[in-house]
Design a protein around this ligand. Structure first.
Ligand SMILES: [Zn+2]
Length: 293
């Protein structure tokens, strides 16, 4: 039986999806894929340009289908561009001997994600570089807002890092032509991320420093990160979290005195049954309204 293990074999307690992504937690990633469903995920991956095969089932969550660096960088680019998937071009333009354009390969750009999904995902991927598996890049992100993701395969055969600023996306892969383990410590965060940083420090200097633009269709509410509910005044820890409107929590944290702030659900009024007699039919049941679509 195949069982997902976290790459460092470490154990975490409860994690939010944001933290699970930052720490690259395998068990939670598999549970998430199980929740959204393999067919949905394969369809989504196809939209961003990753041709994954549904037959691989839940192991897809951990990269059981091989992809190229080119495909992986392309798949991350919609998160960097606010939802647009550009087709990669190796030749942009060819000039004739008089430096006149002889032929041109124009960009082909397809919208594949909502700007809100792209933005929230990017904000989650920023955490990878501040406290997650690539926290060595924290100093870089303080100078240049950036987001990214590490990748480490079973047996430490491949180490990846794909990261981006609003203006440039770069992927790094390390491994052997004939796959063999790179040894303990051969992880995306340890070996690939520093190469990414060295290149990006050069690449970003010619561009203006910019942060990712928050689209209008994103709301920010204060939550208790421990419970995921709206932060009550007594919550020991509070954090602003981003949501697509309609998906944000609506109840205050019950563990820290949020009851008083939550709207009270009125119990249904029940006709009183005379002593010793059965209640009138239907009185014990909450009234169910038929919902017609
Ligand atoms: Zn709380």
């Amino acid at each position: 039986m195949w069982k997902p293990l976290n790459y460092g074999r470490e154990q975490y307690g409860e994690l939010s999806l944001r933290q699970a992504l930052a720490y690259s937690n395998n068990v939670i990633t598999v549970k998430l894929l199980d929740t959204v469903g393999v067919p949905y995920f394969v369809d989504f991956a196809g939209k961003v340009g990753l041709p994954l095969r549904a037959e691989n089932g839940l192991s897809l969550a951990l990269g059981s289908d091989e992809v190229t660096l080119n495909e992986l960088v392309r798949a991350y680019s919609p998160f960097a561009t606010g939802g647009l998937r550009p087709e990669p071009r190796t030749i942009i333009r060819i000039y004739d001997r008089n430096r006149r354009t002889w032929t041109e390969n124009p960009p082909v750009i397809t919208p594949v994600l909502s700007p809100a999904t792209a933005y929230i995902s990017t904000q989650m991927l920023k955490d990878v570089m501040t406290y997650g598996t690539a926290k060595g890049l924290k100093k870089f992100t303080q100078l240049y807002p950036a987001a990214g993701k590490t990748g480490t395969t079973d047996d430490y055969r491949d180490a990846w890092f794909v990261g981006y600023t609003p203006g440039i996306i770069t992927g790094v892969w390390l491994g052997y032509d004939k796959p063999k383990p790179g040894g303990k410590g051969f992880t995306g965060g340890t070996v690939a991320a520093p190469i990414w940083e060295r290149f990006m420090r050069q690449a970003v200097t010619s561009r203006p420093v910019a942060d990712f633009q928050k689209p209008e269709m994103v709301v920010s509410v204060a939550i208790d990160p421990a419970t995921g509910y709206l932060a009550a005044p007594d919550c020991p820890d509070k954090r602003d979290e981003l949501f697509i409107p309609g998906t944000q929590p609506t109840e205050y944290c019950l563990q820290h005195g949020g009851e008083a702030l939550n709207p009270v659900a009125m119990p249904p009024v029940q006709p009183e049954a005379p002593e010793g007699q059965p209640a009138p039919e239907g009185a014990q049941e909450p009234i169910q309204e038929e919902i017609k679509e």
